[in-house]
Write a protein that binds this ligand. Structure first.
Ligand SMILES: Cc1cc2nc3c(=O)[nH]c(=O)nc-3n(C[C@H](O)[C@H](O)[C@H](O)COP(=O)(O)O)c2cc1C
Ligand SMILES: CC(C)CC(=O)C(=O)O
Length: 378
């Protein structure tokens, strides 16, 4: 039985082909950023309030017009059928049951229209968003956008951190470059005559620039979030080019290795956008306390990537449903322990960065000759 998000990973590892485990767990190069994302949450401390009396806690959010019953989104992850036969259909049913926004990957193994139909069939009002890699062939891009719009998606998440494919050295070593026979990237089927939904159809294009974002703004009225903006100057440019939101993400450490943890970048990015657009953060979110830290610092919501793949592999729809319930319970519990009656009570004063290690020995007056340096001697 899984009691923590990490338990799903352990259970999935027992079931999956080790090559697929590497595809999910792995990152770019030395995977320094993969580790940094989770570690950053561990370094921050929570400083709770007490005696603010509230029997229940409000976890609802509305994000760019999409309502959700929890502030945890399912970040886009490719190839769900690789780990569970029903693939994205199972994932979206679980997301709908939890009232969580799912962002379908452009590289999903079920077509976005079918994912949306499965969500609607649950009678939940949970929203589906669509992740897009802008293709240098704009007709192809427009056709993909049309598929997302026709499916009823309520926002587009444009991944901008992939001018080239991340260097997943585990995949290279394992020779994992492709989906196994029988699985396809269903959104890519017949975009052009006779195209069969091959992963290699996705062009990671170093030619993309801000004009492509301007162009996209002209072809859709859906809210557009940019995923993978890390530099504060680019965050300002995103606002100027009409982005409706940012998904602050380093692709789970799968693109450029050694970039900072997303949590560490959050204050700078928030300062750059100055409240003009919402920021969603992903990378390393594994606990209710992680969600609280990100929201207290100013994120509007968070996303989870690998945990969804592990839970799907472990138990299909039921697994993802339990994962989301677990995170919701942990979040609710953390809010209660912080004296918060809802997400609106999460303020930056609840989060601390430990400033320094204690200085050994008694305090000494500045200027005295003391080996342990209880105050700077200048
Ligand atoms: C197996 C896997 C597949 C992914 N596929 C995509 C994708 O198709 N598009 C995309 O923008 N990001 C993709 N990502 C990145 C996630 O959207 C997300 O940014 C990242 O996983 C968050 O970090 P976490 O795994 O630590 O939660 C993928 C990540 C993983 C682990
Ligand atoms: C290359 C894509 C198909 C999937 C992706 O973005 C990822 O695996 O990180």
């Amino acid at each position: 039985m899984q009691h923590t998000v990490h338990d799903f990973e352990a259970a999935a590892r027992d079931k999956l082909d080790p090559v697929h485990v590497d595809f999910i767990a792995g990152g770019a190069r030395d995977e320094i950023t993969v580790r940094a994302n989770e570690a950053a949450f561990g370094r921050l401390q929570l400083l709770p309030r007490v005696l603010r009396g509230s029997a229940v806690r409000d976890l609802d959010i509305t994000l760019l017009g999409s309502r959700a019953r929890m502030p945890v989104l399912l970040s886009p992850t490719a190839f769900h059928k690789l780990v569970y036969p029903e693939g994205e259909l199972a994932t979206v049913r679980a997301a709908a049951a939890a009232g969580a926004i799912m962002i379908a990957s452009m590289a999903s193994t079920v077509a976005v229209g079918e994912i949306a139909d499965a969500a609607r069939a649950t009678d939940s009002d949970a929203q589906l968003w669509f992740q897009l890699y802008i293709q240098p062939d704009l007709e192809i891009t427009e056709a993909l956008v049309r598929r997302a719009v026709d499916a009823g998606c309520t926002a587009l998440v444009v991944t901008v951190d992939s001018p080239v494919l991340g260097a997943g050295e585990r995949n290279r070593r394992n020779g994992f470059h492709d989906l196994p026979p029988g699985l396809r990237c269903e959104n890519l089927v017949d975009l052009r005559d006779g195209e069969r939904g091959h992963v290699r159809q996705i062009a990671m294009s170093p030619e993309l620039n801000w004009e492509h974002i301007d162009w996209l703004r002209g072809v859709t009225e859906l809210p557009v979030l940019l995923k993978g903006v890390l530099h504060p100057e680019d965050a300002r440019l995103a606002v100027r080019h009409g982005a409706d939101g940012l998904l602050l993400s380093n692709h789970g450490g799968r693109q450029l290795d050694t970039v900072p943890a997303t949590l560490e970048l959050l204050p700078e990015i928030l300062a750059a956008v100055a409240g003009r657009i919402p920021i969603v953060l992903d990378g390393g979110v594994r606990r209710g306390t992680d969600v609280v830290k990100a929201l207290a610092l100013g994120a509007s919501a968070v996303g989870i990537g690998r945990p969804v793949m592990w839970a799907l592999a472990q138990g299909g729809e039921e697994g993802v449903r339990r994962l989301l319930e677990l995170l919701r319970d942990e979040l609710d519990d953390t809010l209660a322990l912080c004296g918060a009656s809802g997400l609106a009570d999460l303020t930056p004063d609840l989060v601390r960065v430990p400033a320094w290690a204690p200085v050994p020995g008694p305090a000494v007056a500045p200027g005295s000759d003391h080996r342990f340096g209880g105050g700077a001697v200048v």
